[in-house]
Design a protein around this ligand. Structure first.
Ligand code: HEM
Length: 210
């Protein structure tokens, strides 16, 4: 058992398999036939929340744990481990978590039949259809899309500069690295802020409007 638990790959793949079987088994006990649109809605909701936790979990780890506490480590004990080992690994799960959250979120909206209506706040529909539900989830989706953009096009490139990840920026001086780190930190803080109202729309839409 200890050797199974010591292997993260085994644990992660087994957990995904158990999750999938759990969903399939309870679908067979529900009124929804396997393969039905509602079954796929359950699949996208599950994978969307999984990926979202991976993304926002790392965002909050950076903002609530790493950024406030790293400077408390005495200079002589700091070494290169956080910048060279931990942060690049965390950034990998962070940005791919963001990508899978976006893809599964769009699939979920498509599955529910309101993808374009929500992204245009109901403007594509007869105005009488521009219901608060569409506007509510549309705001949540756009907040999350802005956050995804910040991750891929501002935070990640600036972190690559600040930490010289994959030796992409070997010639940057200390001032340029510090400026890149500052930009990445500020945008990461913006995303932390946006994550709170964004989750109101994600979790509230079906709850309030069915
Ligand atoms: C990146 C862009 C995103 C898009 C396009 C998106 C889209 C959606 C859509 C369309 C729904 C279904 C709402 C409904 O009709 O009930 C939803 C639900 C949800 N989303 Fe997102 N989302 C995104 C990001 C996120 C993020 C970052 C999280 C963080 C964890 C998240 C967490 C959730 C949760 C918890 C639900 C509720 C699931 C449920 O009630 O079953 N989403 N999202």
């Amino acid at each position: 058992m200890a050797s199974f638990l010591s292997n993260l790959r085994y644990v992660a793949w087994t957990a995904l398999a158990v999750g999938a079987l759990f969903l399939i088994y309870f679908t067979t006990l529900s009124p929804t036939p396997l393969g039905d649109t509602v079954f796929w809605q359950a699949v996208w909701r599950w994978t969307h929340v999984l990926a979202g936790v991976m993304w926002i979990g790392h965002l909050w780890y950076f903002n609530f744990t790493q950024i406030p506490n790293a400077p408390k480590i005495p200079e002589e004990h700091r070494g290169p481990s956080i910048g060279k080992v931990i942060a690049p690994a965390a950034l990998f799960w962070f940005r791919w978590g963001a990508m899978f959250t976006l893809i599964t979120g769009l699939l979920l909206a498509w599955n529910r039949g309101y993808l374009f209506e929500a992204l245009t706040f109901g403007a594509l529909d007869d105005p009488s259809f521009a219901v608060p539900r569409t506007i509510f989830i549309g705001i949540g989706m756009w907040l999350a899309i802005v956050m995804w953009f910040n991750v891929w096009f501002i935070i990640w490139p600036n972190q690559q500069k600040a930490l010289n990840i994959d030796n992409k920026h070997p010639d940057l001086d200390a001032a340029a690295k510090a400026a890149a780190a500052k930009t990445a930190m500020l945008l990461s803080r913006v995303n932390t802020f946006l994550s709170v109202p964004m989750l109101v729309a994600m979790t509230g839409t079906s709850t309030l409007f069915g």
